[in-house]
Ligand binder design. Structure first.
Ligand code: SF4
Length: 364
């Protein structure tokens, strides 16, 4: 059996489900939040919500980087394109996110604005180096997994003397949002399915706050067997009241912090407050470029002023991201907001909760 088939094996899934059914106490409710957008999609894609016992609730959290990027941050990209003759470089998942005026980058590119979809920061450095007469602005979003790449872009560009790149830095950090979720009495979460990718950089350490508050935390992969193993592990911890950082993703995550990645992040960035879509300002949950590298800060270079962060009228992404409501509870879901014609970012992003429920269905 090849590796992927092993993690998708029907017999193993059936066995795990049986174990979960036997272990979950019928008089107890288990609320489990997956923090990572990739988990949200995997859970929906494999239909796992529908096959778990009714008293195990999988709640989707704020782990999709595009979705948590505030409306004000998105509007800044449009403002920049309006004011300056620059090429905006993005990863493809930002292309369809609408600004307050309803336009998106795909539409603006059709109108002749210079928007470049890149696959890596190395590719951007190469293009910028070859076109010194053109100015490039990289829109950086994401969590601990992708932040080192942006730090690398800035540090390497400085070292190589590439001066026609700057960065709109909208990256966010996980510890503060985790604290917020833990303290949220509306959610009463028993355990977290911890993001596999983020954990390759942060290690176990990121989740110590969770277990200190007597909740389970289990790092797991994205295949059905791995996710169900993670659920089983959380049930075990909740039932025994013994909490620790479980690791069901040992084939990728060692549990150790990636020191090199953190050294790079800390050299180029410092902690800063950040506004999360629908959640608002969270202290020290973002990053800013250190003074030593300020030549790469697009906010300073183009004298951009922060926007207000009002949501698009009627979009309930904030409530969805906090796990308060399911996408179907938004009146626009499936009518005015579809995957083909998205109104809010949770429907745009391939990792968005609304998109996952729309494409694969949800469970009430
Ligand atoms: Fe926003 Fe669309 Fe989701 Fe409603 S369905 S919360 S409008 S993204």
């Amino acid at each position: 059996m090849n590796l992927m088939n092993r993690f998708r094996d029907k017999q193993t899934v059936t066995l795990l489900l049986k174990k979960i059914e036997e272990s979950a106490k019928p008089d107890k409710n288990y609320s489990i939040m997956e923090i990572c957008g990739t988990h949200t999609v995997a859970i929906s894609r494999w239909g796992l919500r529908g096959i778990l016992p009714k008293n195990i609730r999988l709640i989707s959290g704020p782990g999709c980087p595009v979705c948590v990027t505030s409306q004000g941050e998105i509007d800044l990209i449009f403002d920049l394109l309006d004011k300056e003759d620059v090429t905006v470089a993005v990863y493809g998942d930002l292309m369809r996110v609408p600004g307050t005026n309803g336009e998106n980058l795909l539409y603006l590119r059709g109108k002749g604005k210079k928007i470049l979809i890149i696959n890596s920061v190395v590719e951007l450095m190469k293009i910028a180096d070859e076109k010194p007469e053109e100015d490039f602005v990289f829109v950086s979003i994401g969590f601990e997994t992708t932040t080192p790449q942006t730090a690398f872009l800035i540090k390497e560009s400085a070292k190589k003397g590439i001066k026609n790149i700057s960065v709109l830095l909208f990256n966010k950090t996980m510890p503060e949002i985790l604290n917020l979720l833990l303290e949220d009495e509306n959610l009463a979460i028993n355990g977290f399915i911890a993001p596999g990718h983020v954990s390759t950089v942060t290690g176990d350490e990121l989740y110590y706050g969770i277990i200190r508050k007597n909740r389970a935390a289990v790092i797991t992969g994205f295949e059905p067997v791995e996710i169900l193993e993670g659920v089983m592990e959380i049930i075990k911890q909740v039932n025994t009241n013994i909490f620790y950082v479980g690791n069901c993703y040992k084939r990728v995550v060692s549990g150790r912090k990636n020191i090199k990645a953190y050294e790079l992040i800390n050299e180029v960035f410092e902690s800063s407050d950040a506004v999360w879509r629908g959640i608002g300002l969270i202290k020290n949950s973002g990053l800013k470029i250190r003074a030593e590298y300020e030549d790469f800060d697009a906010m300073l270079k183009y004298n951009l002023k922060p926007y207000s962060h009002n949501e698009r009228v009627g979009c309930k992404c904030g409530e969805v991201l906090k796990g308060y409501i399911k996408p179907m509870d938004c009146t626009l879901f499936g009518t005015y907001c579809t995957y083909e014609n998205p109104y809010g970012p949770c429907m745009v992003s391939s990792e968005g909760t609304c998109a996952a429920y729309y494409l694969y269905g949800g469970v009430d």
